[in-house]
Design a protein around this ligand. Structure first.
Ligand SMILES: [Zn+2]
Length: 379
């Protein structure tokens, strides 16, 4: 059985799409609670339970949290796929057994249940929990800090999603980005940061077979208010994961699979060749840039001016589903940008929302091609 087939068996069908909150997790958590592997760790600002899932009984402790940003659900889906891998019979049972004896995982799959319900980055008080590591103004931040101090992890995984704007100098989208956060202003390679870099280099190496040229490295400016930077400064190796865009994958069901492979590589559950010179390998991972937009319409003629139109989707929660609403992001000479979808309008005259004008930051309902006399379909 190859790894793709193994993944299909581990795929958690109860979690799909972008909107994942407590009500979606609860049937799975109920089952785990019956088995005694899931417990309530504490409560959110709105009083929703925040769960932990445990696995393993080994000496190496790993703390993993997902959806600290409520609308960043991809890593949560991947985490449950990974959990299925650890609990099912598969050709890797021997490796799983070794892992179980060597590691203890403490997973918080939904740190921000209030934000997840509302599909917002912030919690119910509008606070970005990833800027609250020092002040600890929010219940969710205090809970994570308490777990960090009592569990005393040897490794932390800080799981997130990134926007579709991120790309790499390879000309491809940043499908997964990593960061071994800095532990100080000078971004020195401390012991814990070095350990995190080694692991990132290993995951990158393994992922190249699935997404060549689509693994990126996040900006390492130090900010102690960010949880990863704070934990790294305390001497605990910490890795930031950012799930990003893969071709056509707005529901982020493909990238979830690649994250699953990253977890297997990270924990040596699959054989990954030794990465020589980890620092060189880490720094060779291309840095994220912001070159992508969702849609680029090239060479549109509006009010006698030839210009490119960049369109960016805003995610809106409607009836428990995410709708992608197109917004005009930028207009002009946009050669420096790339579109996940690009169309050449070849100088045709167009009307946006029936106007012969451009209104940046406005929702786009229609684009009428006056020259060909038809609507331009881009969604
Ligand atoms: Zn985030």
């Amino acid at each position: 059985m190859n790894l793709t087939e193994v993944y299909k068996q581990c795929f958690e069908p109860q979690l799909k799409g972008r909107y994942v909150c407590a009500k979606h997790l609860s049937p799975i958590l109920n089952e785990l609670e019956k088995k005694g592997t899931a417990t309530v760790l504490g409560f959110s600002e709105e009083g929703l339970p925040i769960h932990q899932i445990s696995f393993g009984k080994g000496p190496k402790r790993v703390l993993i949290w997902s959806q600290m940003h409520g609308n960043e659900s991809t890593t949560t889906k991947a985490l449950f796929d990974f959990l299925n891998f650890l609990q099912q019979n598969n050709p890797y049972s021997k490796q799983v057994q070794n892992f179980e004896e060597s590691h203890t995982l403490l997973m918080i799959p939904l740190l921000n249940p209030d934000g997840a319900a509302l599909y917002t980055r912030e919690n119910s008080n509008g606070v970005d929990l990833n800027r609250d590591a020092l002040l600890l103004t929010q219940a969710e931040s205090r809970l994570l800090r308490k777990v960090f101090e009592t569990f005393k992890p040897h490794l932390c995984l800080n799981l997130h999603d990134q926007r579709t704007i991120y790309g790499l100098h390879t000309g491809k989208p940043a499908t997964i980005s990593f960061l071994a956060p800095a532990a100080d202003e000078s971004r020195s390679v401390t012991d814990s940061r070095r350990d995190a870099m080694v692991l990132v280099a290993k995951m990158n190496h393994f992922l190249q077979q699935w997404i060549p040229g689509q693994v990126g490295r996040y900006d390492d400016t130090f900010n102690e208010n960010c949880v990863g930077d704070y934990f790294q400064k305390q001497g605990t190796p910490t890795i930031l994961f950012e799930a990003g865009h893969y071709q056509g994958d707005y529901e982020r069901e493909k990238v979830r699979e690649f994250l699953f492979y990253a977890f297997l590589a990270l924990f040596d559950l699959v054989a990954v060749p030794e990465v020589p010179q980890f620092l060189v390998a880490y720094e060779a991972i291309p840095e994220n840039n912001k070159q992508f937009r969702d849609v680029l319409l090239r060479n549109a003629q509006i009010n006698s001016v030839m210009q490119d139109l960049a369109i960016q989707y805003t995610e809106v929660l409607q009836n428990d589903k995410i709708q992608w609403v197109p917004i005009l992001d930028e207009a002009g000479q946009l050669r420096h940008l790339k579109g996940h979808l690009e169309m050449d309008l070849e100088g045709h005259k167009v009307l946006i929302n029936s106007y012969e004008n451009v209104f940046v930051n406005e929702k786009i309902s229609t684009i009428w091609d006056k020259t060909s006399k038809k609507y331009i379909k881009f969604q």
